[in-house]
Write a protein that binds this ligand. Structure first.
Ligand code: BGC
Length: 767
């Protein structure tokens, strides 16, 4: 854990430059707009440790798989989140010396991520080895109204000399990925052009032929007056630049505005990229930096009005929740149904792939409640479109029918290659099925089931049908050789979560079939025909539902994470010396696998997901047993614990877990933020406020709230969209207020009582 950032409700602030923190900050201060994004790399040269990262959503590289021992069934490639053209770069020479914070003396360094406005700024005073002192003020943003455009204002003021300053804005496509499997570079140059007005670079991936074109232009001011300088035009391989040589007097302020348009072959024909890029750039420059920025922050304002969470009386909690919402909103906007939410968003390259079960299990509820229903629907359609590939994946692994969705994917194909995850973490299929239920339950869009949902549910149920193992001696079904959500155990038999979600899927599929047969008989017949669904299959599902085996312990009255779990040494985590943590950095993998320590919620994940099936005593017994054994070394873990702790009235635990999930990256809890932020788990943080402290559920088509104030907060409020209404729920020490911010009236249930909240009015309930 590392706490070096200042507390502030709307900003993330770093004061003072410590190179040791730089890569962590590069992750935390990342900016993006759903279409592209980047780590908070410096504009000027920096030769210290840094992870360069500029990413274009959906542009990836199928890097040839690298494993020690090839196993049949492994995918041929691992899809890398691809570092592409560095378009923020501006080299600065001060009387011939390169401005580089790795060698300069740095004073008054401040880096700010302004979450309200969606900007990244930095200012500092640097003294070069030769003693020249300059002040730098940089501000940049990636426009959310003009998605291809990024803009930078870079100001340089010489503080103790008259002399020369050269500024070189550039585009550099000669970049690499740190996680490249064979130390290979992934880009080839296609085209470069430098004119006095602009500079352009097109690069393409060595495989798959993704083309990315960046076009840049600049304008210059000296002491507020426009300055015309003839640029020197620089070409190198995969690199174009304009070098601007300026004579300066002490205290002159030089401001460079750098504008860049980035376009890709995902959206345009390759032959059009340069002209599209140029015309987007031209119109951005006509709008100008200030006006572009104004439009950008006005759009952010709207986003915040729809999704802000306000926590009064706890600035650490307030800053953290806004940071999580900000990252989610800038990672996925739902405008492009080919995209998804990668575990690191635009903040790093680790993990590869863009889609994990994280999307369905964690992210969907956030987008369901904070955006139009079409956005969550897009996330579902994304999987529907990958159904054929999921069927191919199942065939590849030897199944005669059904679909196994990939653990990690970019395009529907599995691209992860650790056998214990790729082959065994099959619980992901359950999350994808459950998301369909979640979406339909929340939005009431039952038509989705007939249009798309049932096909996916059927193929997943078919997979489970073939994956279970009938044990005649016991007349029971089992699921052998799996990895549950807890990846600190592999190849286990009867992971309780997996068995439960498999059965749940088959039950829900049968329920959807029954409803369709009753309500839309002709659509039902069409689908039965299309899916070739037989009576034998559905009967088999019913048999599996009736005879599934679930490991449990009679004495403690708890579900067992898997067979044999109780044979382990059950010493709680708190009795371990802290030098053992995090286990994944201190222990051998062998020792981790033999231990009872749980990486992330597993049984508790199941209880959280299928909550309606269990009474509160069952929740309590299982929570009390598993929580002390959990190390939360997956970012996806604390949020589930926080939500269940709220329901159990465990104030301190709920709050502790909330801080852990929400400040995971800001405080670097797991000592890995330099690789990138844990973007998908941020949706879990949002859930811990809205579903945990707010107690939000949807039951029988009604929004139900059971708010719980953790005690550290004067009040908290959150917004949710539900069936054409937007509500603001405020929970203070004395009352709960539900305000309807839209005109459509809505029924809500608060602490078990029904209320109608008319349009543009509110209800208050005393506590
Ligand atoms: C977790 C997985 C998760 C992945 C990506 C892993 O550490 O164990 O459940 O899908 O990270 O977030």
């Amino acid at each position: 854990m590392k706490q070096y950032l200042k507390m502030d409700p709307w900003n993330i602030i770093e004061e003072g430059f410590d190179p040791q923190h730089h890569e962590i900050s590069e992750s935390i201060f990342s900016i993006g707009n759903g279409y592209m994004g980047q780590r908070a790399n410096f504009e000027e040269t920096y030769r210290g440790s840094s992870l360069q990262g500029s990413y274009m959503a959906g542009v990836y590289y199928p890097d040839k798989t690298r494993v020690g021992w090839w196993k049949n069934g492994y995918p041929e490639y691992f899809a890398k989140v691809l570092n592409s053209t560095n378009w923020i770069g501006i080299n600065v020479l001060i009387d011939g010396e390169t401005l580089d914070l790795a060698v300069c003396k740095v004073k008054d360094f401040v880096r700010v991520l302004n979450m309200k406005e969606g900007t990244l700024s930095r200012s500092f005073i640097a003294e070069t080895p030769e003693g020249k002192i300059v002040k730098i003020e940089a501000l940049r943003f990636i426009s959310i109204t003009h998605k291809e455009i990024g803009a930078i204002r870079y100001a340089v003021t010489p503080l103790n000399f008259n002399g020369s300053i050269s500024l070189t804005p550039y585009l550099d496509g000669d970049v690499s990925n740190k996680d490249s499997n064979y130390d290979e570079k992934f880009w080839l140059e296609v085209l470069q052009e430098v004119t006095p007005d602009d500079a352009a670079l097109t690069i393409k991936t060595k495989k798959l032929d993704f083309h990315v074109t960046s076009v840049m232009a600049y304008s210059l001011l000296k002491n507020g007056e426009s300055l015309m300088v003839t640029p020197e035009m620089i070409h190198k391989e995969k690199y174009v630049a304009h070098q601007l040589q300026l004579d300066v007097q002490e205290n002159d302020q030089i401001v460079l505005y750098k504008y860049v348009a980035n376009v890709t072959s995902r959206d345009h024909d390759c032959s059009q990229l340069l002209s599209v890029g140029r015309s987007l750039l031209k119109s951005a420059m006509e709008i100008g930096f200030q006006e572009l920025l104004h439009k950008h922050l006005t759009a952010w304002d709207v986003k915040w009005r729809e999704s802000d969470i306000v926590i009064e009386g706890d600035v650490a909690a307030q800053q953290a929740i806004r940071f999580n919402i900000f990252q989610l909103d800038q990672t996925y906007t739902g405008e492009d149904d080919r995209l998804n939410i990668g575990p690191k968003g635009f903040t790093g390259e680790k993990y590869g792939g863009s889609t994990y079960w994280d999307t369905e299990a964690y992210c969907l509820p956030f987008y369901l409640s904070t955006a139009d229903a079409s956005i969550a629907r897009n996330l579902l359609i994304y999987r529907y479109k990958h159904l054929e590939k999921a069927k191919e994946n199942a065939r590849k692994l030897g199944f005669s029918k059904g679909a196994l969705y990939p653990m990690v994917t970019m395009n529907g194909e599995e691209c992860h290659n650790e056998w214990e995850i790729t082959f065994e973490e099959i619980h992901r299929n359950g999350a994808i099925a459950y998301a369909i239920y979640n979406y339909v339950n929340y939005t009431g869009d039952t038509a989705y089931l007939g249009q798309y949902g049932l096909e996916v549910l059927t193929e997943i149920s078919r997979f489970w049908e073939e994956r279970v193992n009938y044990v005649p001696a016991k007349d029971q079904y089992m699921i052998l050789g799996v990895t549950g959500p807890n990846e600190y155990e592999n190849n286990v038999n009867n992971n309780w979560y997996t068995n439960s979600i498999a059965v749940w899927t088959m039950k829900y599929t049968l329920e959807v079939l029954n409803d369709l047969q009753k309500n839309e008989p002709s659509l039902y017949s069409d689908l039965i025909e299309k899916l070739h669904l037989t009576k034998d299959e559905t009967s088999k599902w019913s048999d599996i539902i009736a005879k599934m085996y679930y490991p449990h312990d009679e004495e403690r009255q708890i579900f067992l994470q898997q067979d044999g779990f109780l044979d382990k040494d059950l010493t709680p985590v708190k009795e371990l010396d802290s030098s053992n943590l995090p286990l994944n950095q201190q222990w051998s993998w062998d020792r981790i696998l033999r231990s009872a320590y749980i990486k992330q919620a597993d049984v508790l994940q199941g209880i959280f997901t299928l909550r309606d099936q269990f009474d509160l005593d069952t929740v309590k017994r299982n929570f009390d047993f598993y929580e002390p054994l959990t190390v939360h070394e997956s970012s996806l873990s604390p949020c589930v614990h926080s939500i269940l702790a709220c329901e159990l009235g465990y104030k301190e635990k709920a709050y502790e877990m909330y801080l852990r999930t929400s400040r995971l990256d800001l405080d670097n809890y797991n000592n890995d933020t330099e690789d990138g932020c844990h973007t998908t788990s941020m949706a879990g943080t949002w859930m811990s406020v809205v579903h945990g402290f707010g107690g939000l559920r949807v039951q029988n088509g009604a929004l139900c709230l059971n708010p719980f104030n953790p005690g550290h907060w004067k009040s908290f409020s959150f917004k949710v969209m539900f069936r054409n209404s937007r509500l603001k729920v405020t929970v203070s020490e004395h009352d709960v207020t539900v305000s309807n911010e839209t005109e459509t009236s809505i029924n809500v249930n608060v602490y078990g009582n029904d209320y109608t909240v008319n349009g543009l009015s509110h209800i208050s309930i005393n506590l």
